[in-house]
Design a protein around this ligand. Structure first.
Ligand SMILES: Cc1cc2nc3c(=O)[nH]c(=O)nc-3n(C[C@H](O)[C@H](O)[C@H](O)COP(=O)(O)OP(=O)(O)OC[C@H]3O[C@@H](n4cnc5c(N)ncnc54)[C@H](O)[C@@H]3O)c2cc1C
Length: 369
């Protein structure tokens, strides 16, 4: 059997591992769990009304959101892991034009679900944490608990006889195969897939590739409240200022920061607390009563390319080396689908005919850009 090693067990790596045909491949997943974006993420799956103009990204994000129905069935995701409670969008101006955009986009993305302009009272009924204000509500918006997803998918992977190693990996080319090595292990592979978030850059640079990828720090706040209904509430996107994500067990999340200069740093900061609470305060019914709860920070590192678009596939000059990264702030939405598309390629040889990304050498080259 061919041997595949996946380096990186975030949302791409773990989804890919679970969709690989283990009657064809011996699969090892190596993940050191440092700075993982998936575990830190806010969990919003609601890409349809983004202001981004990149059509390839939108196609991928829209198909990624639609893929969740299959993913939830295939992997038996519980309501704690994945919940479709809808998204509330708040805007100081322009709710009608946002509703018109939603209707237009729905022609091609029925997953958006129902589209309702809500009165101030109805907004607060849907999500009592919000101050009364008009909003747009779409029923197709969802929330994924990244940490629970990874835990669940790891169990499934182990049941499929996939070997999971929690150590940092390096890799070397050895004639016609790869050697992936960690502090305690050495694994030989016919094919290697790098799904290591921003660290794909370091791994590829060790093989003399130049990579257009940078790390970005993201922090969010998880308040522990006694709001037992929280897991049934919709997510709220606060006019591009911040997001409010009711989660399991009374947790209320406010996120997230986008800190380019902090790069790999994983320390929580009081500046992030001030920024996130200041940005969300005006939208909340009783900010002081939410903020007086105890809270934890969550910190992770996102991966970005210069044009903010993800990339995935085999390297042009070495078809035994695959890479998937650059998912930025929407990787919970696009990541599982990218993992599935890669697995599908390994299982069937079929590559998607849709135009989801620029050619890989836009981002990765043997020579300087
Ligand atoms: C604060 C925050 C909030 C976010 N909110 C959302 C959201 O609401 N909606 C949304 O769609 N997206 C969101 N995102 C983005 C999303 O979380 C990421 O884009 C996505 O999780 C990236 O997945 P990944 O598998 O590429 O990488 P990661 O999840 O980062 O996984 C990469 C893994 O590779 C491992 N690794 C790296 N190098 C090595 C090595 N040499 N050896 C072994 N292992 C290695 C790392 O330890 C890590 O576990 C958010 C991100 C952050 C940080």
């Amino acid at each position: 059997m061919e041997k595949i090693v996946i380096i990186g067990g975030g949302i791409i790596g773990i989804t890919l591992a679970n969709y690989l045909d283990t009657t064809k491949y011996t699969v090892t997943l190596v993940d050191d769990q440092t700075g993982q974006a998936t575990k830190a993420s806010a969990g919003i799956i609601s890409p349809w009304l983004s202001k981004r103009r990149n059509k390839r990204w939108y196609r991928l994000a829209k198909d990624g959101a639609a893929f969740f129905e299959k993913l939830a069935k295939d992997m038996s995701l519980s309501n704690e892991i994945f919940a479709k409670n809808g998204t509330i969008l708040l805007r100081k101006n322009g709710l009608e034009s946002l509703a018109a955009l939603a209707k237009e986009r729905k022609k091609d993305a029925p997953e958006i679900g129902e589209i309702h302009l809500l009165s101030a009272r109805k907004t607060a009924d849907k999500l009592p944490l919000l101050a009364p204000q008009e909003s747009l509500f779409i029923t197709g918006g969802a929330r994924l608990d990244g940490a629970l997803y990874l835990e669940h998918m790891k169990k499934l992977a182990i049941q499929k006889q996939i070997r999971v190693i929690h150590e940092k990996a390096k890799l070397k080319r050895q004639n016609d195969h790869w050697e992936v090595y960690t502090k305690n292990q050495q694994i030989l592979a016919d094919k290697v897939i790098l799904a290591a978030g921003p660290n794909c850059k370091t791994l590829l640079e060790s093989l003399d590739y130049q990579v257009d990828l940078r790390p970005q720090k993201g922090q969010l706040l998880v308040f522990k409240t006694n709001q037992v209904q929280s897991k049934q509430w919709p997510v709220a996107m606060l006019d591009n200022e911040a997001d409010l994500i009711p989660a399991n067990n009374g947790q209320i999340i406010i996120g997230a920061t986008h800190e380019d200069n902090a790069r790999w740093d994983l320390q929580p900061t009081s500046t992030a607390f001030d920024q996130l609470t200041n940005k969300s305060k005006d939208f909340l019914q009783a900010p002081e009563s939410l903020l007086k709860n105890s809270f934890d920070y969550r910190v992770g590192t996102r991966a970005y390319t210069s044009d903010f678009a993800p990339f995935f596939g085999a390297l042009i000059d070495d078809p035994s080396l695959f890479v998937a990264s650059g998912l930025g702030s929407s990787g919970l939405t696009t990541g599982p689908y990218i993992g599935y598309l890669l697995a599908n390629y390994f299982n069937t040889g079929r590559w998607p005919d849709k135009d989801y990304q620029k050619p890989l050498d836009t981002y990765i080259q043997k020579h300087p850009f």
